[in-house]
Design a protein around this ligand. Structure first.
Ligand code: SAM
Length: 296
């Protein structure tokens, strides 16, 4: 039996959630979506299928989803035969999801973990992909947290606020290039995959969204100590992004003369600004700094 045949048989068994089902489910649970938890639920099956297609999820793959909510995207992932581990902070949603899936996608593989995703450092199975409509208030930290703690994640797609997505995928020199762009670059390559209308959510948010895809580097850029040192430099550098590096990195490298010496030895101009540096530049500075003295 070919893979295409397996998928179409499974598709026949999965029902995706539309606007009526989402509202009915929310009413059943007495859920009033909260801004605090970034609860904007997807009510459009076409968008769900677009996310799953963009992520390239295949039958049998292990996928981790952060914030499954009422299950819109979860069902889309199960529809193509993925094995899903979903991490949800809201107890009512976490308790309902297995029941929804039992009804609309029987025989599929789902594990729900009721926890704050920021505190999850192990999962029941090693995820290969991360696919999520991320809660907007914590999208960058939660994404970096999963990239750090789950090296088995080789690729994925997330839906985030357009401004955040453009920042994550920005290249050096661009106006929106910042600490999230460089930290994301540590883990791999990132690109946007088009806007998503705010109308496909309930409730409708007051910002547009964008899909962002990533692929992890085949080999890590450096070890954990080097990552921490590099991230410390990135934070310091972008706290004062208008200043020259020899000034903005003083807080971690020492006085201007020492900072200039270290930056120069790393092959970077001390007069440049953080927004012009790649992650490789920051790592090079971290490595030289490590030989001089510890980064503080
Ligand atoms: N995936 C669903 C969808 O597409 O309709 C819901 C997405 S909604 C934008 C974000 C979800 O993340 C909500 O269900 C919310 O309760 C959950 N959430 C918020 N903060 C979280 C956290 N720190 N850890 C895990 N889940 C979280």
């Amino acid at each position: 039996m070919g893979i295409g045949r397996v998928m179409s048989e499974r598709e026949a068994h999965v029902t995706l959630l539309g606007p009526t089902e989402i509202r009915d489910l929310a009413e059943l649970l007495g859920i009033v979506p909260t801004k605090k938890l970034g609860q904007n639920f997807v009510i459009d099956p076409n968008t769900v299928r677009r996310i799953v297609r963009t992520a390239g999820v295949r039958t049998g793959e292990s996928v981790v989803e952060i914030g499954p909510g009422l299950g819109s995207l979860t069902l889309g992932l199960l529809e193509v035969g993925a094995s899903v581990v979903a991490v949800e902070i809201d107890g009512r949603l976490a308790a309902q999801l297995p029941k929804t899936v039992q009804r609309l996608a029987p025989d599929s593989s789902l594990t729900v973990i009721h926890r704050d995703a920021m505190h999850v450092i192990e999962l029941p199975s090693a995820p290969m992909r991360l696919v999520a409509n991320l809660p907007y208030n914590v999208s960058v930290p939660v994404l970096l947290h999963f990239m750090e703690h789950f090296p088995t994640i080789v690729a994925g797609v997330v839906m985030v606020q357009a401004e955040v997505g453009n920042r994550i995928a920005a290249i050096p020199g661009s106006k929106v290039y910042g600490a999230p762009s460089v930290k994301a670059e540590w883990y791999g390559s990132w690109r946007t995959h088009g806007q998503v209308s705010r109308q496909i959510f309930w409730p409708v948010p007051n910002v547009d969204s964008v899909l962002v895809g990533f692929e992890r580097r085949e080999r890590p850029l450096g070890d954990e100590a080097e990552r921490l040192a590099t991230f410390t430099l990135i934070d310091a550098g972008f706290q004062q992004r208008r200043k020259m590096l020899r000034q903005s990195l003083q807080s971690v490298l020492g006085d201007t003369a020492t900072a200039s010496e270290i930056i120069e030895a790393a092959g970077v101009r001390p007069e440049s600004r953080s927004e012009q540096l790649t992650v490789h530049d920051f790592l090079a500075i971290a490595r030289i700094a490590d030989r001089h003295t510890k980064i503080h």
